[in-house]
Write a protein that binds this ligand. Structure first.
Ligand code: NAP
Ligand code: 8YV
Length: 322
């Protein structure tokens, strides 16, 4: 039986590549000496794309693939795929929701605790032999006691973070584009007002033009000198230059970041700051969770070709029968 043709824009997990290689004629764009020539040669045969966060799948690329039916994205965030263009042109886009929710919420809590209680900094102190040489690590400036958390983006992951904070007896409020039904947490339609009223801002909103630099100098000033910013959403949501300035000037206390504006680049000024906590985008990065994400990338494509409908299409995707 002849295999359908699939374009892979960059390397994915081995278990994903193995399964896709077995089921499809896979074209590896990043390995092509001339990617443009590869698209010109096989573009009209391509029916599916498998993509990670490493590359953009935009209108100009998709318009060169006239038989494209599905773009399967590794990750719940799909800001690197032009889903609006795909939807308008009858192409499914899928992501990997739910299977990573608890893992990312765990990471967010780890970042909150580590930042508030300066745990990374105190570990570096111990490893440098300073406990023995200089005495006890200084008391942490902050505590989780008497803090309020404001979550930007109370979606799947935001709710899982809030649930964990409930157990810690830390009050939670949230900001989003609209108030949610059946949610007891206080809603702030105005992000600046929420930033003024809370001590910790946690961003779990997606990337993209609508949220670009939503957390800017003015929002950080509202958060104030005791305030802490946690970002597990997307780096593009935070104006990184404004954040560095606010941290340097002591206009906010600290930050715990898993995502950055130009990954894997992290500004040297942030790296030089002892009191901030910086993670290399590991929110979902356990073998257990990444395997589930990878399987969903494969299953979305194979299920689409078997049934005409993928498992987890994104909101912009038109539901239609193949
Ligand atoms: P989700 O269920 O769709 O939640 C996203 C939330 O963001 C929604 O509550 C939505 O609320 C809010 N939102 C969307 N656009 C907004 C805007 N313009 N302004 C304010 N709020 C907005 O998605 P999820 O599964 O929780 O994932 C959320 C994001 O986390 C992903 O998109 C991804 O960027 C990030 N993520 C990061 C990692 C990591 O490794 N660090 C891992 C997984 C996910 P409204 O619709 O009411 O506005
Ligand atoms: C992944 C993520 O690290 O799901 C997301 O949106 O940011 C993470 O789970 C990323 O997608 C891997 O490429």
């Amino acid at each position: 039986m002849t295999k359908r043709h699939l374009l892979m824009t960059g390397p994915l997990m081995r278990m994903v590549m193995q399964q896709l290689d077995a089921a499809f004629e896979v074209h590896r764009l990043w390995e092509a000496a001339d990617p443009d020539a590869l698209i010109a040669e096989v573009g009209d045969k391509i029916e599916a794309i498998a993509v990670g966060m490493h590359s953009n799948v935009d209108g100009p690329l998709m318009s060169r693939l006239p038989n494209l039916k599905i773009v399967s994205n590794f990750g719940v965030g799909y800001d690197t795929v032009d889903a609006k263009w795909a939807g308008k042109n009858g192409i499914y886009v899928t992501n990997t929701p739910d299977v990573l929710t608890e893992e990312v919420a765990d990471t967010a809590l780890g970042l909150i605790l580590s930042t508030v209680r300066q745990l990374s900094e105190s570990e570096r102190y111990l490893r440098a032999g300073r406990w023995e040489k200089d005495g006890p690590f200084p008391l942490s400036k902050a505590t989780l006691r008497d803090r309020r958390v404001g979550i930007i983006g109370l979606g799947r992951i935001g709710k899982a973070i809030a649930k964990r904070l409930d157990a810690f007896r830390v009050p939670v409020v949230y900001h989003g584009r609209s108030e949610q039904a059946q949610v007891d947490y206080g809603y702030y339609p105005d992000l600046a007002k929420m930033a003024r009223d809370v001590d910790i801002l946690v961003n779990v909103a997606p990337g993209g033009p609508a949220t670009h630099h939503m957390i800017n100098a003015a929002i950080l000033d509202e958060l104030g000198p005791d305030g802490i910013l946690i970002n597990v959403g997307r780096g593009s949501v935070v104006d990184e230059k404004a954040l560095v300035a606010a941290l340097k000037d002591g206009r906010i206390l600290s930050a715990g970041l898993d995502v950055f504006e130009s990954e894997p680049h992290v500004p040297a000024e942030l790296i030089a700051m002892e009191h901030v906590v910086l993670l290399p985008h590991v929110g979902s990065a356990s073998v257990f969770t990444r395997n589930q994400m990878g399987q969903l990338v494969v299953d979305n494509i194979t299920t689409y070709f078997e049934t005409g409908k993928p498992i987890t299409p994104v909101a912009e995707t038109p539901i239609r029968n193949a």
